[in-house]
Ligand binder design. Structure first.
Ligand code: A2P
Length: 340
């Protein structure tokens, strides 16, 4: 069997990667529809050696497709995802628009695939935030083995999470600064090149940013555990691809670093790289960028807490954090027979 698939936001950082991954994984695509704004309509992209012309989202008839992969931004998902769903297309949405809706499942296939069937309520599945996905893929085996009461997390996030304009801003600021020119700041409120900005998404009333609160809300929903405590600080750094995270967790029962390493080495979607030697840890540029796994290193017991464990978690935010996770959700829909 094969399926007609629409990629919404096909010319963006995530959409381009979705199309690449559909090809790499040999996803059973019958017809691919690449959708973007009227600005891009008529552009030609390549898929499996064939040319596909980009169409305007506003003119598209979603009754032609069984699967829609959306990553063109929250306001567009808000408008078009319910229309597509009503036309019989199952929507896998990469934006934050529906993630907190109780009747829409929020899925990381390695973590909570059991919730997938709930998509039938609205024909929409939400793809979590990139920082949440990689954190939970790494924490799932520990959560299942000994329970997790609290997570302290600091992130070091790549600019590709903001989109193509941000990738260009980091490149051009870097080039200008190295040439002795003033950098121009358009996407971020302060210079991103050679800097670290403790600000991702909008500020909330409680002093956290929305990106930080996404990590709280989404962790509780995906683990189906309203009691798990999450205390995040999200930081944008001048890296193009790959988010890094320092996790400090408090487990319900004690787990040693060795036991954690053993569990993680068998966990789906995880690659352990933890040699306790120079270079024996994963990084965004050297390991994660362009790859599928969530890499885990620096696994060690917290010297300040009897039930504490520290981990360093790195993944490609555009792949596992967005495009790959969405395609895996689509593969699960097929495997479980929902699209028959
Ligand atoms: P376009 O290239 O035509 O603007 P990124 O996250 O990398 O910035 O990408 C955003 C994606 O969302 C792009 O594919 C972009 O298409 C698409 N997009 C933005 N605005 C619209 C719109 N009004 N209608 C359809 N797609 C849009």
């Amino acid at each position: 069997d094969s399926y007609d698939v629409a990629v919404v936001g096909a010319t963006g950082a995530v959409g381009e990667t979705i199309i690449e991954i559909l090809e790499q994984r040999d996803f059973p695509v019958r017809n691919l529809y690449a959708l973007a704004s009227s600005r891009s309509a008529g552009k030609v992209i390549k898929f499996k050696g064939k040319s596909v012309t980009v169409s305007n989202l506003a003119d598209f008839d979603f009754s032609q497709v069984q699967i829609g992969l959306f990553s063109a931004g929250g306001s567009l998902s808000k408008e078009y995802a319910p229309k597509a769903a009503a036309a019989g297309c199952v929507v896998i949405d990469n934006t934050s628009e529906f993630r907190r809706d109780e009747d829409i499942p929020l899925i990381v296939p390695e973590v909570n695939i059991e919730a997938l069937g709930d998509y039938k309520k609205r024909n929409i599945i939400a793809n979590p935030n990139c920082s949440t996905i990689q954190m939970l893929v790494a924490l799932k085996p520990i959560y299942d083995a000994v329970g997790i009461k609290r997570i302290n997390v600091s992130t070091y996030q790549a600019v590709s999470g903001t989109g193509k304009e941000a990738i260009e801003e980091l490149a051009s600021q870097t080039a200008r600064l190295l040439n002795g020119q003033e950098p121009e700041c358009e996407v971020y409120p302060k210079q991103i090149a050679f800097n670290a900005l403790p600000h991702i998404d909008t500020f909330q009333e409680n002093g956290y940013t929305r990106e930080e609160m996404k990590m709280v809300w989404e962790t509780q929903k995906i683990f189906a555990d309203a009691d798990i405590q999450v205390n995040p600080t999200c930081v944008r750094i001048p890296v193009f691809f790959g988010h890094s995270e320092a996790l400090h967790i408090e487990t319900a029962e004690k787990i040693t670093a060795e036991q954690a390493r053993e569990l993680l080495s068998k966990a789906p979607g995880v690659t352990v790289m933890d040699e306790r030697a120079d270079g024996g840890y994963p990084t965004a540029v050297s390991e994660a960028a362009g790859k599928d796994p969530v890499y885990v290193g620096r696994i060690r017991e917290d010297i300040s807490h009897p039930n504490g464990l520290n981990l360093w978690v790195v993944a490609d935010n555009v792949r596992k954090g967005a495009a790959l996770n969405s395609v895996q959700i689509a593969e699960s829909l097929i495997e479980q027979g929902y699209l028959d």
